[in-house]
Design a protein around this ligand. Structure first.
Ligand SMILES: [Mg+2]
Length: 245
């Protein structure tokens, strides 16, 4: 990964609260998965409408079913680490969701879990590595590039925005906010694109004018990540100093 050595990562820590806020632990990852599940339930019909326009009208149903199964599986996982939660999510997704979404999202979660290893918590740079592993995995499986009107059009800009924010002195919170904004912008930017991958590509020019459902569900996941990190930080500040859980 090309990282300028002269560019510092993160602003200097100014105290225990600040330092604690930069760490993602298993509680925060659970919170993220819970936020994703809630969001996919709330947006199930919207995602299915998007898929009805340029696909086979099952994306919302598939994502909701997959994440319902994920939550059942990870709720019973104890003890857990961020890595085991994400790998369990990935395996569950692969085994419960058909079509393209199952293997693609399954791979994204599995690769992120692998990148996080067995550590009980991680900082913003490790999250960058996990996001990169997810994107690499998705591109390996789907062979899609930016501009093909797929989930890569949300995931790749989110990763780029996250990295830029960290490299220019941002915190975990500002980086996930930048990623969420970029993913959302990326999903909207798929509207004028002609699909070159997946079922939508069969439509040729008729795929233009519709937002990609996969890019949209990816943007929902980044929005959920931002909410989880912010909520986790608030809980942390509310706890007594030194307390980790
Ligand atoms: Mg579909």
């Amino acid at each position: 990964m090309a990282v300028g050595l002269a560019v510092p990562w993160g602003r200097p820590s100014t105290g225990p609260g600040r330092e604690a806020a930069r760490i993602v632990d298993v509680g925060c990852v659970r919170l993220w998965l819970t936020e994703v599940a809630g969001s996919l339930e709330a947006e199930r019909d919207f995602l299915t409408q998007l898929d009805a326009a340029i696909g086979d009208a099952d994306h919302g149903i598939n994502m909701h079913r997959g994440f319902t199964a994920v939550m059942r599986r990870v709720d019973g996982l104890d003890p857990a680490t961020p890595g085991t939660l994400l790998k369990t999510a990935g395996r569950t997704f692969v085994s419960t969701v058909g079509g393209a979404a199952g293997p693609l999202y399954g791979t994204a979660f599995l690769q992120a879990g692998d990148a996080l290893g067995g550590e009980p918590s991680f900082g913003p740079r490790r999250l960058l590595e996990a996001l990169r592993a997810s994107l690499d995995g998705v591109q390996r499986i789907g062979a899609a590039s930016e501009g093909d009107k797929t989930m890569v059009d949300a995931l790749a800009p989110a990763l780029a925005a996250y990295q830029l924010e960290l490299r220019t002195g941002g915190s975990l919170e500002t980086a996930v906010r930048a990623a969420s904004q970029a993913a959302s912008d990326g999903a909207r930017a798929t509207v004028p694109m002609q699909a070159r991958k997946g079922r939508a590509s069969y439509l040729g020019p008729r795929s233009v004018g519709h937002q990609d459902p996969g890019a949209t569900s990816t943007a929902l996941m980044f929005a959920a990540l931002e909410r989880a990190v912010v909520a986790d930080r608030s809980q942390r500040f509310a706890r007594p100093r030194g307390s980790r859980s």
